[in-house]
Design a protein around this ligand. Structure first.
Ligand code: ADP
Ligand code: ZN
Length: 210
């Protein structure tokens, strides 16, 4: 049983790391970014509310986001815990989560600012399996190396939107580091270099915490 939050700037590698860590710990991987993109694709009421914010790189309002996560955490698979990726992103969201089902541990994926921009502009996402890849590591920048699906340059991965997302991160999300430090739940893990090494570092940091 482990209730886990992944914290980090856009481009810190939350999505890349969360899948493997959730699998290793046998807990569901819950990405609010993925949930919003799925809602958008299905044109659900939540998706329609979120679209304008996502396109601009702004946060979806707390009320919408918190209700969506609250519903998700009530599902049966969360009885063994969860790995939240992309939530909370504001102090209000963190306070709400403490009411719903407080996390045991918070992993902060730490990446120097100057590396983030390059990572985000070079990021491609698979339309089929949702995997993310750096163009610098791909021989064919349009085809998913895992499933053969088509790779997409996300609309919110364009330079202007990236700047906005980094600004939103510093203003609204970075204060969560202090919030969880005060609760003695924060584990800081550098997220640079080989993704597999970062994965091992996260699992090592979490050892004995469940
Ligand atoms: P990133 O790659 O920047 O971490 P995500 O894929 O997690 O982005 O999220 C994409 C977009 O979805 C965000 O820019 C934001 O508009 C919305 N979103 C995701 N999670 C949240 C959240 N916890 N609160 C508000 N908006 C969110
Ligand atoms: Zn794929």
């Amino acid at each position: 049983m482990m209730k886990l939050v992944f914290l980090g700037a856009p481009g810190a590698g939350k999505g890349t790391q969360a899948g493997g860590v959730a699998e290793a710990l046998k807990i569901p991987h819950i990405s609010t970014g993925d949930m919003f993109r799925a809602a958008l694709g299905n044109e659900t009421p939540v998706g329609l509310k979120a679209k304008a914010y996502m396109d601009k790189g702004e946060l979806v309002p707390d009320s919408v986001t918190i209700e969506m996560v609250d519903e998700r955490l009530k599902q049966a698979d969360c009885e063994n815990g969860y790995l939240l990726d992309g939530f909370p992103r504001t102090i209000a969201q963190a306070e709400a989560l403490d009411q719903i089902m407080a996390p045991d541990c918070v992993v902060n994926l730490d990446v120097p600012e100057e590396i983030l921009m390059g990572r985000l502009t070079g990021r491609r996402v698979c339309g089929s399996c949702k995997g993310t890849f750096a163009i610098s590591r791909l021989s064919d920048p349009t085809t998913c190396p895992t499933c053969g699906g088509e790779l997409i340059h996300r609309k919110d991965d364009q330079p202007e939107t990236i700047k906005e997302r980094l600004q939103v991160y510093h203003q609204d999300t970075e204060p969560l580091i202090g919030y969880y430090q005060n609760q003695n739940k924060l584990l800081n893990v550098p997220s640079v270099g080989d993704p597999q090494d970062v994965n091992n570092a996260i699992l090592t940091a979490l050892e004995g915490k469940a």
